[in-house]
Design a protein around this ligand. Sequence first.
Ligand code: ZN
Length: 315
Amino acid sequence: MTHPNATPGERRRVRIREVGPRDGFQNEPETVPTADKIRLINMLGQAGFTRIEVASFVRPDVIPQLADGVEVLRGIDLPAGVERMVLVPNSKGLDNALRHREYFESVALFVSASQTHNKRNINRTVEETMADVAVMGRRIVAEGLRLCAVIATSFGCPYEGEVPLGRVLDLAEQFAEAGAAEIGFGDTTGMANPAYAGRFFAAALERLPGVEVTAHFHNTRGQGLANAYAALEAGCTSFESSFGELGGCPVPARSTGNIATEDLVSMFHEMGVDTGLDLDKVIEAARTAQQILGRTLTSHSIIAGPVPWARAATH
Ligand code: ZN
């Protein structure tokens, strides 16, 4: 069933990477038991995701929530063709990740567009980080892995305020030169608005031909879905989101909330935009996460349930 207002013949298709198992769990106060993580990721695989950010190779003393990354990678059972992504913070993390090369297909490297956020997040300057990116990028591509870049604070910095678009796109070009097949622009602390998001993605798509451009919005100030819609209208077809609206950012405190995958999928399906996902199964995974965490999560769709014409996973 499609919405009566969906225009026939204009079906569009988007790709959504589920980032809850990494971006979500990392930034929740609880440490989710390994067996529960595995169960939830398997549920996400059954919901139809073809891209899941599964784990990261950060130091376990820095992020204890993700210390079991290798066990999770080993334990999950995903349908063939699902691209498993791991996040790597530096060369040491990459050395460590490559010891487990058989468990993932893509690697995410990241930097913050603002100097202060980068310093506070990983204690290095943007230039130091990008010098490493050039070296790490070559290694990742040489391993036959897909390199995905993430540029945090692309739409504003909680410490520095405005982040110039030109600066973000310069960093994106450096990532592209380092071999990135995909570049995600993160609204790490929820500072984008739909008008700017539209202009931003139009400019990014024009500046980065041949690179997949991905929108990663946070719902910190309630504008996440509106921003995703603006990005879609600007031509963006790749998105990241987190089931249950899990996650946020480690710095500063209270930077809560990726956009909820189930709300994003619901919006797209209602508009007649295909995601390839089974919305009921995404909601089921989010409700299970809610049970495991033992507290109410902030996504809307786990409370209201889907409207009938948002259910179908049309291809
Ligand atoms: Zn995020």
